[in-house]
Write a protein that binds this ligand. Sequence first.
Ligand code: ZN
Length: 214
Amino acid sequence: MIINIASLANLVFPPFCAGCDRPFTVMCDRCYEALDFTFAPINLNLDQTCLDSLQATLNYQDPIKSLIKEMKYLSVKPNAHWCGILLFQTVNWPDVDIVTSVPLHPKRLRERSFNQAEEIAKVFAAKARLPYQRLLKRQVNTPHQASFKSKRKRLKALDKVFKLSDDTSVNEVKGKTILIIDDVVTTGTTLNQCAKVLKTSGAKKVCGLAVAHD
Ligand SMILES: [Zn+2]
């Protein structure tokens, strides 16, 4: 049996506040007060816009920045749970049929033990009483976006990265309004590429939602 150290650590150690290390909380009240909420829709500066809307809850700075980094790079799962609840409690989400998330490549999923975007989306969907479905898969493991020299190169690399997941049929997507969730949105390119696949498969509307905007 393979025991994943990161998921084991989540069981053994209590959470610590991502902002000030206070134990037994993912984010203490004082650090929560320091969060920089922004509910303004994000304007996409893309050649082909497939997303019908895009919004993020917070500006990407501490303490949410530390919380997201812990979640992604130290595989702290309670942080993802916390983000899902945050979205549920603070966002006026659009009327949608299905909630989904930006997929991770299987290799990165093994490294991290869970897909943070999927955990956030699942918790959000359960709270909002909406169905969650894994609609997409990532077939190419793209390098981190900072490693691209130009926006054009990144766009080119992202083209054809996403596909409908193996257990999703076009009929499940056709005519549906879909909410796709990610942890951090920068240019919106990734979410837009996901929306492109869903729209090509007949989705009526695709709305993007992220915890933070960098
Ligand atoms: Zn704190």
